[in-house]
Design a protein around this ligand. Structure first.
Ligand code: PLP
Ligand code: SF4
Length: 394
């Protein structure tokens, strides 16, 4: 069945927690304190399937279970196949390790000059500043270290990392990630952004965060003031399904935008969540309405126990094909595979070019119609010495 939604509705409200004072609900520390982290807590609100129950028990050794009350409200509790439920409630499939899967599928640890700093590309670094998140995504690329369920004992070395950046003038772009950087206190973020801003060759600072989606309450005026002070700070948020685009998220994006933070979105292509052109189109349209530019759709990384989320790359390409030309160009993200072992992000987009010769390029448009664009300029009329008619403007 094609996915349809009421485009005028932006879900909001306290749902199951209607009895909680609004001041608590809107307080991000209340949301963190009241996260659902155990089978017993989940079962208070919904009936877990046997696969989910087994998954929850296994999760303690793989990637912790945690869901904020705010995000839990968005789950359809009567539907075990709810696309939001699949992202945050573990399943027994997580215990199945398939061929090609790796703990560190992007070879991040081997590209780290300092613990927590990944220097893969010539001009930019990935700076992992924490291993904690507001809630945990079952497909997380960094499951090996995030939440510390696997005893990785991640300890970012801020001073060493900053010294590496200072010592390498070729680093002009620093991407803060983790874990979720917005779980750091305002004070720590203020300090860290200030230190980075003070490095002359660092031109571009960005943050990758799913906090606006899991915990929009964290996007406080005080936090926005810090971004404004050290700006421009860019941010990539992580929305996978249109149901995550609530009134609260929209408001949080507005606060960030008004503080001068340009917003992009990264989605992970997930089976049964967003591997569908109609779902993706609804998502990218909602993103634009929230002032968010779709940036990347990721093919899932080959993490251990992730096979049940894997989508055929041909389906991903068809999703991009269904967007390009059929809707606003700003709404079309790049579909990428992060090369296994650590080759960086590589675009995997539909092929529109059929042939290129010295004479011409032959390509198809979004409707499948074929066009020729000549590459060779052959003179067909010689006008030297002639007076051109006045109405021809060359
Ligand atoms: C994704 C990533 C970046 C940023 O890549 P962009 O394509 O510039 O967004 C930088 N470093 C590492 C290690 C990454 O994985
Ligand atoms: S928010 Fe990001 S880092 Fe945290 S669990 Fe989800 S994908 Fe992983």
């Amino acid at each position: 069945m094609p996915y349809t939604e009421d485009r005028s509705i932006w879900f909001e409200g306290q749902g199951l927690w209607a009895h909680v004072p609004a001041a608590d609900w809107q307080d991000w520390t209340w949301q963190l304190k009241n996260r659902l982290t155990t089978v017993e807590q989940l079962e208070r609100y919904l009936t877990l399937t046997p696969e989910e129950k087994a998954g929850c028990l296994f999760a303690t050794h793989k990637l912790a279970l945690a869901i904020t009350p705010y995000f839990f409200n968005l789950i359809d509790r009567s539907d075990p196949n709810c696309p939001l439920r699949k992202q945050v409630i573990p399943r027994s499939d997580e215990s199945v390790i398939s061929s090609g899967e790796m703990l560190d599928s992007l070879g991040e640890d081997s590209h780290s000059p300092v613990p927590g700093l990944v220097h893969r590309y010539p001009d930019r670094v990935l700076f992992l500043v924490t291993d904690r998140c507001a809630a945990y995504c079952r497909y997380c690329t960094r499951s090996r270290l995030v939440s510390n369920a696997q005893d990785y004992n991640f300890h970012p070395e801020y001073e060493q990392a900053l010294r590496h950046i200072e010592a390498h003038p070729e680093i002009r772009d620093v991407l803060l990630s983790g874990g979720d950087p917005l779980l750091l206190s305002d004070k720590k973020l203020d300090h860290l952004l200030g230190r980075l801003r003070a490095i002359k060759h660092v031109e571009f600072i960005r943050i990758g965060s799913r906090i606006p989606v899991f915990l929009p309450q964290r996007i406080t005026p005080a936090l926005c003031a810090i971004f404004k002070k050290h700006g421009p700070i860019w941010m990539s948020i992580h929305v996978n399904h249109p149901k995550e685009a609530t009134q609260e998220l929209k408001d949080a994006c507005e606060r960030l935008s008004f503080a001068g933070v340009p917003l992009g979105n990264q989605s992970v292509l997930l089976k049964g969540v967003n591997d569908d052109a109609d779902v993706m189109q609804a998502l990218v349209h909602r993103l634009l309405r929230m002032r968010v530019r779709p940036y990347y759709i990721y093919q899932m990384d080959l993490i251990t126990g992730g096979a049940h989320f894997k989508v055929d790359v041909r389906q991903g390409i068809e999703i991009i094909r269904a967007l390009r030309g059929h809707t606003t160009g700003y709404a079309v993200p790049q579909y990428v595979i992060d090369a296994p072992g650590g080759g960086g992000k590589v675009p995997i987009n539909p092929d529109y070019v059929e042939q290129i010769t010295d004479d011409e390029v032959i390509f198809r448009n979004f409707e499948g119609k074929r066009f020729h664009y000549p590459l060779k300029a052959v003179p067909v009329q010689e006008n030297a010495g002639k007076v051109m008619p006045a109405e021809i403007h060359l």
